[in-house]
Each structure stands twice: as structure tokens, then as C-alpha cells.
Design a protein around this ligand. Structure first.
Ligand code: HEC
Ligand code: HEC
Ligand code: HEC
Ligand code: HEC
Length: 203
């Protein structure tokens, strides 16, 4: 009798342990799934312009800002011919082109069409800095909270530091340029937009 009840107790213990391990596993799988799913939505370039007018102004003159224009018929016609593209073709609705010439195609709040989402045409701020839907919320990157902690905005989707992999989402061999290679430092040095030193500490 004694032996048996101890056995039962041990069995019970064992079962409890198994149940605990199993529930911990389930919880961590759920957490991982939640992290993977946390998609931050795009706000569009105007949503950054109001607070970063200098960066916006110089960005708006870059080729990347105007990358959607490139897909229209007749635009940079000579270059298109050189690349073996059809200079008279309208590529603006061709997903095989659009994905690298706009902001957030297929993502929450991202580009859908030029009529519905004109503010997301071209390579916008959020393609390099991360979709702003979460990090521009109250308590994070706002005028009331100019000394926000960088770690907090990064946790909410801001990309920092910006590394080569941010560029090579688009600057890769899938573009129409033959034998394409990407020199990160050289391209970065061409200037992405005017830079102004930050006034506040974000450490
Ligand atoms: C309501 C105003 C506001 C909006 C909207 C806003 N920002 Fe900011 N942002 C700030 C302030 C304030 C700072 C800190 C400036 C400083 O330190 O001088 C900042 C800093 C930054 C920095 C530097 C962060 C760092 O840690 O080095 C980046 C990059 C940035 N913003 C990008 C964006 C982008 C992209 C958007 C649009 C999605 C955006 N911001 C929208 C106010 C704003
Ligand atoms: C969403 C895709 C995308 C991302 C991300 C991106 N680019 Fe671009 N970039 C383009 C496209 C498309 C063009 C060509 C625009 C055009 O002429 O129509 C371009 C053009 C450029 C040009 C101008 C080239 C020239 O001949 O004048 C530079 C410089 C550049 N990118 C650097 C960068 C760097 C550096 C990064 C990363 C920090 C980056 N890009 C991230 C898509 C992207
Ligand atoms: C994988 C991303 C990607 C895809 C897909 C893509 N492009 Fe681009 N495209 C780029 C990048 C990046 C550049 C700029 C490269 C550089 O100068 O370093 C560029 C440059 C160009 C240029 C040269 C612009 C200029 O001013 O010299 C044209 C034209 C162009 N793309 C048209 C198209 C068309 C049309 C399609 C679809 C058939 C397409 N692209 C598909 C990323 C892409
Ligand atoms: C092609 C990539 C790219 C695009 C597009 C881009 N940025 Fe940046 N931005 C950078 C890089 C690289 C830095 C340098 C800091 C770093 O490495 O994280 C930077 C720095 C900044 C900073 C920090 C302060 C400063 O002036 O250096 C702000 C603010 C900023 N960007 C806002 C914007 C806004 C607003 C837009 C759109 C109008 C924009 N950026 C578009 C790549 C980009």
C-alpha cells in the first residue's frame, strides 16, 4: 500500500512536471508567434514630413523619392532601352517592378495603388527607417517626448542602425540592371537626404 501510494505520488509529480514543461512550451511558441506577427503599419511620408521638414525636402529631390515616376511610359526612356526594357510600356501596375519602387507593397498600411496611396509611391522614409505606425504613437517619438529612448522606438519598429541589409531588399540582382553590384558605402555617400545633428539624447 505504502509503496503504491508513493509510486502514485511520484507518477503524479512526473505528470505535473510534464504538464508544466508542455505549458511553458506552448506559451513560448505563442510569444514567438506574436513577436513574428507584430507588423507595424505604414503612416506614409507626410506622417514624417511634419516633424522632419529638412530631411523631407532633400529626400524629395532624390531618385529614390521619385522611383515610381520611373515606371511610367516615356520616363528615362533611353535608360530603359539600355536596360532592355520597353520605354513605352506602363510598368506602374506591374508587381514585379512596383515592389522595389514604392513603400510597403503588400504590408499593412503600405502601397496599394497610385490612386489610393499616392503618399507611398517611391522609396519613402519608412523603407529605411521602418514602418512608423507604432513608433510615432504617444509616449514614443512625439514633440512632447523629444528625449524618447532609442531602445523604445526600436522596440516599436524603428530600424536603427540602418545597415546594408536594409538597402539590399531592393538593391539586389532582381532589379533590371545587368551584372548589378551594390557598394553600400559608396551608395550611402551619394547622400540619401540632408542630415541634421540630433538635438536630444536618445540613449
Ligand atoms: C510629432 C513629431 C514627429 C513625427 C511625426 C516623426 N518624428 Fe522622427 N523624431 C522626432 C523628434 C522630436 C526626434 C528627436 C530629434 C532630436 O533629437 O533632435 C525624432 C528623431 C528621429 C530619428 C532619429 C532617431 C534616433 O534615435 O537616432 C529618426 C530616424 C526619425 N525621427 C525618423 C522619423 C520617421 C521615419 C518618421 C515618420 C514615420 C518620423 N520620424 C516621424 C519627431 C517626430
Ligand atoms: C524599397 C526599395 C529600396 C530600398 C530599401 C533602398 N533603395 Fe536605393 N533605390 C531604389 C530604387 C528603385 C532606385 C532607383 C530609383 C529610380 O531612378 O527610379 C534607387 C536608387 C538609389 C540611389 C541613386 C542611384 C543613382 O543612380 O542615382 C542611391 C544612392 C541609393 N538608391 C542608395 C540606397 C541606400 C544606401 C539604401 C539603404 C540605406 C537604399 N538605397 C535603399 C530602391 C531602394
Ligand atoms: C529588386 C528590386 C527591383 C525590382 C524588382 C525592379 N527594380 Fe528598378 N531599380 C531598382 C534599384 C535598386 C534601382 C537603382 C539601382 C542603382 O542605380 O544602383 C533600379 C533602377 C531602375 C531603373 C533605372 C532608373 C534610372 O534613372 O537610371 C529603371 C528604368 C527601372 N529600375 C525600372 C524597373 C522596371 C521597369 C522594373 C520591372 C520590370 C523594375 N525596375 C524592377 C530596384 C528594382
Ligand atoms: C534610403 C534610405 C533612407 C531614406 C529613404 C530616408 N532616410 Fe533618413 N536616414 C537614413 C540614414 C542611413 C540615416 C543616418 C542614421 C542611421 O544610419 O541610422 C538617416 C538619418 C535620419 C534622421 C536622423 C537625423 C539626421 O538628419 O541624420 C532623421 C530624422 C531621418 N533620417 C528622417 C528621414 C525622413 C523624414 C525621411 C523621409 C522624408 C527619411 N529619413 C528617408 C536613411 C534614409
Amino acid at each position: 500500500m505504502m509503496m503504491q501510494s508513493r509510486n502514485n505520488l511520484e507518477k503524479g509529480d512526473e505528470l505535473m512536471k510534464k504538464a508544466l514543461v508542455l505549458s511553458l512550451l506552448v506559451v513560448s511558441v505563442l510569444l514567438l508567434a506574436a513577436v513574428a506577427q507584430a507588423e507595424h503599419s505604414y503612416v506614409g511620408t507626410k506622417g514624417c514630413k511634419k516633424c522632419h521638414i529638412k530631411q523631407w525636402k532633400s529626400w524629395s529631390e532624390t531618385k529614390m523619392a521619385n522611383a515610381f515616376e520611373t515606371l511610367k511610359p516615356g520616363v528615362v526612356a533611353d535608360r530603359k532601352v539600355e536596360l532592355g526594357l520597353d520605354a513605352d510600356k506602363d510598368y506602374t501596375a506591374d508587381e514585379e517592378c512596383v515592389r522595389c519602387h514604392v513603400t510597403g507593397l503588400g504590408k499593412e498600411g503600405g502601397f496599394t495603388s497610385i490612386d489610393d496611396t499616392p503618399d507611398l509611391a517611391g522609396v519613402g522614409c519608412e523603407m529605411c527607417h521602418g514602418a512608423g505606425g507604432s513608433y510615432t504613437q504617444d509616449g514614443l517619438m512625439t514633440l512632447k517626448n523629444k528625449e524618447f529612448k532609442r531602445a523604445d522606438v526600436v522596440a516599436a519598429g524603428m530600424i536603427y542602425p540602418i545597415e546594408e541589409s536594409v538597402c539590399t531588399q531592393c538593391h539586389n540582382e532582381d532589379n533590371p540592371i545587368p551584372d548589378y553590384t551594390f557598394d553600400y558605402e559608396a551608395k550611402k555617400a551619394e547622400g540619401l537626404h540632408e542630415s541634421t545633428p540630433l538635438k536630444y539624447s536618445h540613449d
